[in-house]
Write a protein that binds this ligand. Structure first.
Ligand code: CA
Ligand code: CA
Ligand code: CA
Length: 186
């Protein structure tokens, strides 16, 4: 059930939020995101001022996600808590209605994937992103997923947001299920 809504939510937790890879979300993931985003935004530079801004943004977002998802108030959000928060805040909604804490990742992710910065993710950029999370024995599997995603056309930021909203907010399987490439069951 690689493309079930449950597995998609797990995928988002594991690859998009739990960036220190310890199985849960906590303050440290958001600290690490501030470092990562600063490096991505400045293409490898690390200006202290920019980092301070990002650290503040991420701190606020952690507080927001803790409010929405840390139901037992233990300072951590596990994947069941995240799933419940997605059901409460994202399922059946469009991107604009998502709380900021559920949108935090996606614009920076887009910037990181759109390597040439032309505002569109093309097949070469998609392939480079997809292989960072999974191994593939045949590039055709990746290319077919890209074609299914948007009819083979490049994906703009607006389309990327729309696909992300479906990936997380639509329990049915739509072409958005390929947003992060062919998935494995987690
Ligand atoms: Ca973590
Ligand atoms: Ca908790
Ligand atoms: Ca591009």
């Amino acid at each position: 059930m690689a493309y079930s809504h449950d597995n998609r939510v797990k995928y988002v937790v594991r690859y998009l939020y739990d960036i220190d890879n310890n199985g849960i979300l906590d303050k440290n993931d958001f600290k690490c995101l501030a470092v990562r985003n600063t490096i991505v935004e400045t293409k490898g530079d690390f200006p202290a001022e920019r980092f301070a801004q990002n650290a503040k943004i991420m701190d606020d977002l952690w507080n927001e996600i803790a409010l929405l998802a840390d139901f037992d108030k233990n300072g951590e959000v596990d994947s069941d808590e995240f799933k419940k928060a997605v059901a409460d805040n994202c399922v059946g909604k469009d991107y604009a209605s998502f709380p900021p804490a559920f949108k935090v990742f996606i614009e920076n992710q887009f910037k990181a994937i759109d390597v040439d910065g032309d505002g569109t993710v093309n097949i070469e950029e998609y392939r480079q992103d997809v292989i960072t999370r999974s191994a593939f024995a045949d590039v055709a599997e990746i290319d077919e997923a890209f074609k299914a995603l948007n009819g083979g056309a490049g994906v703009t930021l607006d389309r990327y947001k729309e696909l992300y909203a479906q990936f997380l907010g639509n329990k049915d399987e739509t072409p958005s299920k390929f947003l992060f490439g062919p998935l494995k069951e987690l």
